[in-house]
Design a protein around this ligand. Structure first.
Ligand code: PL3
Ligand code: FE2
Ligand code: FE2
Length: 231
């Protein structure tokens, strides 16, 4: 298996690896915590889908516990303050949207952008992870596809009336993803993950999601380009 060669190159116990892991691990823990809170909030906003959304939120708190165990296993103390700062803009945008009943914006932020970000990061992490974290991450990523699917199905069913708000929410939030990727580029590299691969995987997942919802290829090209110049 070629993967084993890659793994043997990485020293999971080195100070440089653990230092980078203290931030990446915190980001993932914070991301899962925010996802938990966001699905709880969505359950209040969408009473018809309440049970399903509560069940998604419970998966997020399991993911958080799993990644906390990954950090403990490597004897890394996650830098949670860094991670809260990392998510601050997306967090604020979600809160503001929820407070004004903008469900479409909330779904775009959580179920499309954050889930696609997580799916691409986890898929790229799996082949370079330590054995313990790899098993955890493989289990988590399966759930993230269900979360993405929830958003896709809801937005597809309400496409015409959601379209304008989706475009606006994309314009506001996609540039934040590119900024966040730039912010983790160095630490991700230390863990064996390349930014180009993260960007490519994100673009594929996000583009497919927009296509499943009902956007044309032309719309997708235009929407995906927002803020990319800065990446
Ligand atoms: C939603 O279910 C989870 C949200 C988590 C967002 C994670 C974003 C991760 C970006 C950092 C890239 C490195 C990932 C390493 C994987 C352990
Ligand atoms: Fe999750
Ligand atoms: Fe999720």
């Amino acid at each position: 298996m070629p993967q084993l060669e890659v793994i043997s190159d990485i020293d999971f116990r080195s100070e440089a690896y653990k230092d980078a892991y203290s931030r990446i691990n915190a980001i993932v823990i914070e991301g899962e915590q925010e996802a938990f809170e966001n699905y709880q909030r969505l359950a209040e906003l969408l009473p018809n889908d309440k049970d399903q959304l509560i069940s998604l939120s419970k998966m997020e708190s399991r993911h958080k516990k799993g990644f906390q165990a990954c950090g403990r296993n490597l004897e890394v103390d996650p830098d949670m303050e860094f991670a809260r700062e990392f998510f601050a803009d997306l967090h604020r945008n979600f809160q503001e949207a929820a407070a004004t009943g903008k469900i479409v914006t909330c779904l775009l932020i959580q179920s499309l952008i954050i889930e696609c970000f997580a799916i691409s990061a986890y898929n790229i992490y799996i082949p370079v992870a330590d054995d313990f974290a790899r098993k955890i991450t493989e289990g988590v990523v399966k759930d993230e596809y269900l979360h993405l699917n929830f958003g896709e199905e809801w937005l597809k069913a309400n496409f015409e009336e959601s379209k304008a708000e989706l475009e606006e929410a994309n314009r506001q939030n996609l540039p934040l993803v590119w900024r966040m990727l730039n912010q983790v580029e160095h630490d991700a590299h230390e863990l064996g993950m390349e930014k180009e691969a993260l960007v490519e995987d994100f673009m594929i997942s996000y583009g497919e999601a927009l296509s499943n919802i009902g956007f044309t290829t032309r719309d997708i090209m235009r929407m995906s380009a927002y803020g990319l110049a800065a990446a």
